[in-house]
Design a protein around this ligand. Sequence first.
Ligand code: ATP
Length: 271
Amino acid sequence: MTGTGNILDVQGVTKIFGGLTAVNEVTMSIPERSIVSVIGPNGAGKTTFFNMITGIYQPTRGTIRLAGRELVGMRPDQVTEAGIARTFQNIRLFSTMTSEENIMVGRHARLKSGFVDAVLRTRKFHDSEQEARDTARLMLDFVGLSKWRQELATNLPYGDQRKLEIARALATTPKLILLDEPAAGMNPRETEDLKSLIRRVRDELGVTVCLIEHDMRLVMTLSEHITVLDYGSKIAEGLPYQVRNDPRVMEAYLGRGAAAGEYGKEERPHV
Ligand SMILES: Nc1ncnc2c1ncn2[C@@H]1O[C@H](COP(=O)(O)OP(=O)(O)OP(=O)(O)O)[C@@H](O)[C@H]1O
């Protein structure tokens, strides 16, 4: 471990696209086994921040350490192997595959058997195929989707497709999972379901959770710590009640036309 009790330590991370500073000197730590959120108005830099943590973008400056190990310079698959999984703002399931197969793809990102093993159908390939299938079943069971095991992902109800994405990410056995707007497009019942699933991910699997979310009710009731970005910079952080009452946070949202106490809500889904 790091000695700091943090699973992730981000220091002074910046991303500049041409002349636009999308993320500006952001420093943030995520305690091990916590549930934290990154919030901010549209275009604040939240997804760019996730993209740097997961190796999709390389930061212009700054360091990102997972349990003390530097991630900057790694490819996305290496970041996955290091122990970070994520889901995306828009559903990215393979629609022609079953639920089980979708999760197996996630598991294969972790397993060692390669292309040659697959072509030659080696023992190693068969073992890893079986292992992937076993993991997929466990994960389907964990998220409550066992009944959809053989169903094409595209036929699942919307809320269940979102859960399937979480199951696929969990199949890589991460230390940290990043969820990009997991509640987008969900009805209140699906959101409640999602909330208890996220809690179980932390409590039962011991996985640290970081989410980007516009649903303020979910954020405020689920998060133990919140970081607020605006125009790429961190403008506030702390406990939910601290962030909710922070004048800079209200200003950031109100300045863009949201109603007090309900900020961010009107900006929901773009699925
Ligand atoms: N690949 C890119 N090239 C150029 N500009 C980009 C790129 N990706 C993001 N940006 C810009 O960076 C800024 C931050 O975008 P980002 O998507 O990270 O914000 P966000 O907080 O996730 O917004 P939302 O809540 O709408 O998803 C925006 O101005 C966006 O247009």
